[in-house]
Design a protein around this ligand. Structure first.
Ligand code: GLP
Length: 240
């Protein structure tokens, strides 16, 4: 995994928007994997600005979001689908060709997970996966564990992950669902290119473990060291 340290979070987003836009220019039918969280927000703001001024178009792009909470009501802002509408898709002049989400409200969650993996496979896998980094090393919602899963699966969220997502649920970690659906490490590791974004001092330890730490299922992001084309864009705070 390559590490690129930039001065500020804005610089990280500036580089990231150029990377994403140039990937789309090279391949207008790009299959783009997207994360939620605070980190990508600056990137999403820039993508919206670039799309509105005609510097990039999502008209032929297919997107897959990484994860979704289980059992969050349709109109709850904490739902990742709603988050993506608010911060990216709903602000574009023209939406992506296809937008895919795991449905955490499906009656049959196992069938839903299988459907997502089938859809991903039919799309030919992810061309460019943008990722954020959980402070505990999670990617998507692949939480530290004794074992990791290759395919999409249901997870029990760890306490620090629920705390990190509390802002989406009125600041109350107790309101964050206990379970979520996520793509597995397979979809992430098979992505042709990975762009990991990490900013802020609170990510510094995680960045170190991701780049230099031992490969361990107890720190899922460490597996990105095995990826052939993974770049971590981090700001100075996250690199100390
Ligand atoms: C959430 C998401 C992850 C994201 C992570 C980091 O738990 N499921 O996909 O990368 O948080 O979030 P943040 O960028 O807010 O630190």
């Amino acid at each position: 995994m390559k590490l690129r340290v930039l001065a500020t979070a804005d610089d990280v987003a500036d580089v990231a928007v150029r990377e994403v836009a140039s990937a789309i220019r090279l391949n207008p039918s790009l299959v783009l994997g997207l994360p939620t969280g605070r980190t990508p927000l600056r990137l999403y703001d820039r993508l919206v600005a670039w799309e509105r001024t005609g510097r990039v178009s999502f008209a032929r792009v297919t997107t897959f979001n990484l994860d979704e909470f289980v059992g969050v009501g349709e109109n709850t802002p904490g739902r990742y689908r709603a988050f993506m509408e608010e911060h990216l898709f709903g602000r574009l002049r023209r939406r992506p060709y296809r937008v895919h989400f795991l449905d955490g409200n499906a009656d049959d969650l196992d069938a839903e997970l299988a459907r997502y993996d089938r859809t991903l496979q039919r799309a030919g896998g992810i061309d460019l996966q943008v990722l954020g980094l959980g402070a505990n090393g999670h990617v998507g919602f692949n939480e530290p564990a004794a074992t990791l899963s290759a395919g999409s699966h249901r997870v029990r969220l760890h306490r620090p992950t629920r705390v990190a997502n509390a802002d989406l649920f009125g600041g109350k970690a107790s309101r964050v669902p206990r379970e979520a659906l996520t793509v597995g490490m397979g979809a992430i590791m098979c992505a042709r290119r990975v762009l990991m974004l990490a900013t802020g001092r609170e990510k510094a330890d995680a960045v170190r473990r991701m780049i230099d730490g031992p490969l361990t299922t107890r720190f899922p992001a460490s597996f990105l060291q095995l990826h052939r084309d993974a770049v971590a864009l981090v700001d100075r705070d996250a690199s100390r």
